[in-house]
Design a protein around this ligand. Structure first.
Ligand code: SAM
Length: 244
C-alpha cells in the first residue's frame, strides 16, 4: 500500500515515519509513505497558498489551486482521496479496515482557518478524528495513517490486532505483565493459572465490564451471544452488590 500525505509541513511527519512499527513496516515494504509539500505548487514567487475568507472573518483559507494541482500530480485511478476536516465523518476502526484495502490512499491536511470548500468536490470523503479542532490536519493524518498501517498484513502480530478494542465491538480486557505483584497490587489469579478456558472466560467478562463502565454506547450497537448476555447480567448484579 502507498500513502501520500499532502501537507504544508512535511517535517512534522519525520518522527512518525521513522519510528517504531511504522518505520519497520516501511523498511519491510509493507507500506510506502510520501509527504508532498503543497507549497511547491504555489504559482507566485512568494509561494502563497492561502488568502482571506470571502464574506470576512478571522484567519486565512488554503486556496483551491495549489491543493488541486498537488492532488492532480499524484492521483491515479487507484487513489482514494480523503481530506482531514472537523466537518467530516468520524474516523473509526471500521474505517481503518476500509482504508487498508486501497492500493493508494491520499490524505490532504488543511491548516490555518481551513480549506476552500470547493476542494470537497475533488475528494472521495471528508474525515474527522473527533469533535475538537486542531491547528492543522497533520496530527489527524498521522492518526488515520497509523491506525491503517498497523492493520496491514505483517505490520504487527495478526493475533494481537484481532483481540483489540473495537475489533468485536467491545473494549479490550485489562492486560498485565511481570511482576505478578507490584506495590501490593496482584495480577488476577486466573491469569497465572495457565487454564486457557478460564482465562478466555475471564477476559470476555472483563471486556464486557470495561465496555459497560466506559463506553455503554458500544453495547447498544452490537448483538451479544447467549454467553456474553449471561456474563453481562452477572456483571450488572456484581456492580449492584458493590454499591450496597
Ligand atoms: N475552521 C475549521 C472549522 O471550524 O471546522 C477548522 C480549521 S482547523 C483550525 C485547520 C485544519 O486542521 C482543518 O482544515 C483540518 O484539515 C484540520 N483539522 C482540525 N481539526 C480536525 C479534526 N478534528 N479532524 C480532522 N482534521 C482536523
Amino acid at each position: 500500500m502507498k500513502i501520500s500525505i499532502m501537507t504544508l509541513f512535511p517535517s512534522m511527519f519525520e518522527g512518525f515515519i521513522n519510528t517504531s512499527i511504522i518505520s519497520r513496516a516501511k523498511a519491510n515494504n509493507i507500506v510506502e509513505i510520501e509527504c508532498i509539500d503543497i507549497r511547491e505548487f504555489a504559482l507566485d514567487r512568494f509561494k502563497h497558498v492561502d488568502d482571506t475568507p470571502y464574506g470576512g472573518g478571522a484567519g486565512m483559507i488554503l486556496k483551491c489551486q495549489p491543493v488541486i494541482d498537488c492532488l492532480n500530480s499524484i492521483r491515479t485511478e487507484n487513489s482514494h482521496v480523503i481530506l482531514m476536516a472537523p466537518v467530516g465523518k468520524i474516523f473509526k476502526q471500521k474505517m481503518a479496515h476500509e482504508f487498508k484495502k486501497y492500493d493508494h490512499l491520499i490524505i490532504i491536511c488543511g491548516h490555518y482557518e481551513g480549506i476552500d470548500a470547493r476542494v470537497y468536490d475533488y475528494v472521495d470523503e471528508l474525515v474527522s478524528i473527533g469533535d475538537y479542532v486542531l491547528t492543522g490536519g497533520e496530527l489527524a493524518a498521522m492518526v488515520v495513517a497509523d491506525a491503517t498501517i498497523r492493520l496491514l498484513k505483517g505490520s504487527i502480530d495478526e493475533n494481537s490486532a484481532l483481540d483489540e478494542s473495537f475489533e468485536n465491538g467491545l473494549l479490550e480486557y485489562p492486560q498485565y505483565t511481570k511482576p505478578s505483584v507490584y506495590d501490593g497490587k496482584k495480577v488476577p489469579e486466573v491469569l497465572l493459572s495457565g487454564h486457557h478456558k478460564n482465562i478466555e472466560q475471564y477476559r470476555l467478562k472483563m471486556s464486557l465490564k470495561t465496555t459497560l463502565l466506559n463506553r455503554p454506547d458500544l453495547l447498544e450497537k452490537i448483538t451479544l451471544d447467549d454467553r456474553s448476555q449471561k456474563l453481562l447480567v452477572e456483571i450488572e448484579e456484581e456492580l449492584k452488590n458493590d454499591c450496597k
